[in-house]
Design a protein around this ligand. Structure first.
Ligand code: NA7
Length: 542
C-alpha cells in the first residue's frame, strides 16, 4: 500500500460506500436519488461482490432467482429474465453488471481500490478514508457494504502447503481465468455449500475426485432446472405482493410456515409435511415447522427424515453412514441446497475421505497426507469457508470518536443498535451488519431493507438540519441483549459453525445475527422511524 503524501489532493464526497456488491450498488442508487455525491470503493475489477469472487465450478445461489433480485426498479424487475429456478453465479454476475450499466453506476465506483482505513474527525464531523491507491477522501457519511463473507476467505494453515507442486484454490477467491480441471486428480476440502456445489460440478470432469469431509452437513434438494417463461411471467404479474410477502417473511422469502409444532404432530402427518417440503425443494425445508430451529425434539424429526433420504440415495452403506450428520441439529450449520450431491458418491471416480477420524496432517509435494493415507493430487480446492459476519468489517481500520477502533469496541463481540449503527461511530452505517438478520435471511431482501432505512434516515437528517446521528448507549445495550436473547432461544449457539465463529481459530465464540425474523426486524426498524428515531441521538448542524 502506498501512503498518501501530504500533497495528495483530498477528494470530498457526501457519502463513501465500501464495496460494490449488491448492497453497495443499491446504496449508490439511493444516494443519487437523494442528490448526494458518492464514491464507492471496490477491491475487485467489477461489481458483484460475492458473485464476483465466488466463481468456482457449480457456484449457484440457493435462494430462488425470482426472489434473489432487486425490487427497487419496477422496470428492471420486469425486464430481466432469469433462466433457471436457482441462478448460476455467471448469470447473477451478468445481472449485477447489467444493473451497473443500466443505472450508469460505474462512474461513481472506483475499482481495484481497497479501503484501508476510515477515521472519524471530530473537529470537522467528517470521515477520512485512506485507500490502497494511496488516496485520501472525506465524506460526512460512511456506509459499509462489505457483505458478510466474501472478502474474508479462510484457508487453513496446513503445514507443507508451500511445497505442493500442483495448483490450489479457495472457492471464494477463484481465478478469473479458466481453470482446466478435466482429467485431473482433485481434492476438495470442505463440505459446506461451496464444497457441495463444487463436488457436483467437478466430479464429472475429474479423473478422480476426493472429498475431504470433517463434518457431514445436511443438504436438501433444490430440483433446479430451467425457469419456465410462464412461471416467470406469473410471478412478474404479482411481483409487488410477492416482494411484500418476502419482506415480512421469517427469512426474507415469500414463505408462510404452517404454524405448528413438529413434535405435536403425529409421525404420519409429519411424514406428509416433510415429503411435501422435500418435493417442493429448497431452503424452505428447514421451516416446515416453525419450531425446528428452536426445539431439539422437533428438530430430530426433520433430521431423521433427511437421514433416511441420504441412506436411500447412497448405494454404499459405509459411505452413506459417513454422509449422515451426527453432531449437530439440522439447519444449525447452514443447510445446503443441491441437485445430485449424495448421488455423486455413487460414482466410481469419487471417494469420500473422512478427515474427522483421520485428520489431514500435511500437504506434501504430491498431495494430501492424512493420519491414515496419502492422496496424490493435481489440484487442491479449499472450500473451507470464511471469517464470516464480523470478518469483512474487522479487516478494516475503522476509528470513531476519540480514535476508538471498531476492532477494540467489538473485541468482546459486536455492539450496535439495530445491527446498523454503533455508539461512538457517528454517521457510519453497516448494511447487513451483525445484529441484523443478515446471514439468516435472503440477502437481497435484507440489503434493500437496510439501504432504504439508511436513505430515509439521511433524508430525515437533511429535513431536520442534523449533522450527525448515532445511537444512545442505552439503546445499543438493549439491542445487544435482545439479539443475544433471541439467538439463545434457538439451537444455533450450541453448534460449531461459522454462525458462531468457531470455524476461525482464536475467534470469539458468539452467535450475532438477529434471529427474530426478517418481518419482525423490519417492523422494529420502521417503528424506530415512526417514533422519530428512538434510540438515536442527533446533533444539529452549526
Ligand atoms: P462453510 O459453510 O463455512 O463450509 C466450510 C467447510 O470447510 C465445512 O465443511 C468445514 O468443516 C470445512 N473446513 C473448514 N476448515 C477446515 C479445516 N481446517 N479442515 C477441514 N475442513 C475444514 O463455507 P462455504 O463456503 O461452503 O459456505 C459459506 C456460505 O456461503 C454458505 O453457507 C452460503 O451462505 C454461501 P467443519 O464443518 O468446520 O468441520
Amino acid at each position: 500500500m502506498s501512503e498518501p503524501s501530504a500533497a495528495s489532493p483530498v477528494k470530498a464526497f457526501d457519502a463513501i460506500v465500501i464495496g460494490a456488491g449488491f448492497a453497495g450498488m443499491n446504496m449508490l442508487y439511493r444516494l443519487r436519488e437523494l442528490g448526494l455525491s458518492a464514491r464507492v470503493y471496490e477491491r475487485g475489477t467489477d461489481v458483484g461482490g460475492t458473485w464476483y469472487w465466488n466463481r468456482y465450478p457449480g457456484a449457484r445461489c440457493d435462494t430462488e432467482s425470482m426472489t434473489y433480485s432487486f425490487s427497487f426498479s419496477k422496470e428492471l424487475e420486469q425486464d430481466w429474465n432469469w433462466t433457471e429456478r436457482y441462478a448460476p453465479q455467471s448469470e447473477i454476475l451478468d445481472y449485477a453488471r447489467h444493473v451497473a450499466d443500466r443505472f450508469e453506476m460505474r462512474r461513481d465506483i472506483q475499482f481495484e481500490t481497497d479501503v484501508i482505513a476510515a477515521h472519524y474527525e471530530e473537529a470537522t464531523g467528517l470521515w477520512v478514508v485512506r485507500t490502497s491507491a494511496g488516496e485520501r477522501a472525506t465524506a460526512r457519511f460512511l456506509i459499509s457494504a462489505v457483505g458478510c463473507l466474501a472478502s474474508a476467505p479462510a484457508v487453513p494453515k496446513y503445514p507443507g502447503i508451500e511445497n505442493f507442486q500442483g495448483a490450489w484454490y479457495h472457492t471464494g477467491h477463484w481465478p478469473h481465468e479458466p481453470v482446466d480441471l478435466a482429467g485431473k486428480r482433485i481434492g476438495i476440502i470442505g463440505t459446506g455449500s461451496s464444497g457441495v456445489q463444487s463436488t457436483i460440478a467437478i466430479a464429472p470432469v475429474a479423473s478422480h475426485l476426493y472429498v475431504f469431509q470433517r463434518t457431514a452437513n445436511y443438504s436438501v434438494p433444490s430440483w433446479n432446472g430451467p425457469l419456465a417463461p410462464a412461471t416467470r411471467d406469473e410471478i412478474k404479474a404479482k411481483y409487488d405482493s410477492w416482494r411484500e410477502a418476502a419482506r415480512y417473511g421469517q427469512i426474507g422469502i415469500p414463505f408462510v410456515s404452517n404454524g405448528k409444532s413438529a413434535k405435536e404432530q403425529s409421525p404420519e402427518d409429519r411424514e406428509i409435511e416433510y415429503e411435501a417440503a422435500w418435493a417442493e425443494g429448497g431452503f424452505n425445508f428447514i421451516m416446515t415447522y416453525p419450531d425446528l430451529l428452536m426445539d431439539l425434539e422437533s428438530n430430530r424429526t426433520a433430521a431423521e427424515f433427511v437421514e433416511r433420504k441420504i441412506r436411500g440415495k447412497v448405494k454404499d452403506p459405509v459411505v452413506a453412514d459417513l454422509l449422515v450428520p451426527k453432531d449437530h441439529p439440522i439447519g444449525t450449520k447452514r443447510i445446503c441446497v443441491d441437485t445430485g450431491y449424495y448421488e455423486t458418491f455413487n460414482r466410481d471416480n469419487v471417494t469420500l475421505v473422512d478427515i474427522r477420524s483421520a485428520p489431514i496432517e500435511t500437504i506434501t509435494e504430491t498431495g494430501i497426507h492424512t493420519h491414515h493415507a496419502h492422496y496424490d493430487l493435481d489440484v487442491i480446492i479449499f472450500a473451507t469457508g470464511f471469517d464470516a459476519i464480523t470478518g469483512p468489517l474487522m479487516r478494516l481500520d475503522i476509528r470513531g470518536k476519540g480514535g476508538l477502533s471498531l476492532r477494540d469496541k467489538w473485541a468482546e463481540g459486536p455492539r450496535n443498535y439495530l445491527g446498523i449503527s454503533a455508539v461512538g461511530f457517528p454517521n457510519f452505517f453497516t448494511i447487513t451488519g451483525p445484529g441484523s438478520p443478515s446471514v439468516l435471511s435472503n440477502m437481497l431482501t435484507s440489503i434493500e431493507q437496510h439501504v432504504d432505512w439508511v436513505a430515509d434516515c439521511l433524508r430525515f437528517m437533511a429535513d431536520q438540519g442534523a449533522k450527525s446521528i448515532e445511537p444512545t448507549l442505552e439503546a445499543e445495550n438493549d439491542w445487544v441483549q435482545q439479539v443475544h436473547d433471541l439467538g439463545h432461544a434457538t439451537l444455533y449457539p450450541m453448534v460449531e459453525s461459522w454462525y458462531t465463529g468457531t470455524n476461525i481459530p482464536g475467534k470469539l465464540r458468539m452467535f450475532t445475527p438477529y434471529a427474530g425474523g426478517v418481518g419482525t426486524y423490519r417492523q422494529l426498524c420502521d417503528d424506530v422511524v415512526a417514533k422519530g428515531y428512538t434510540g438515536f441521538a442527533l446533533s444539529a448542524a452549526e
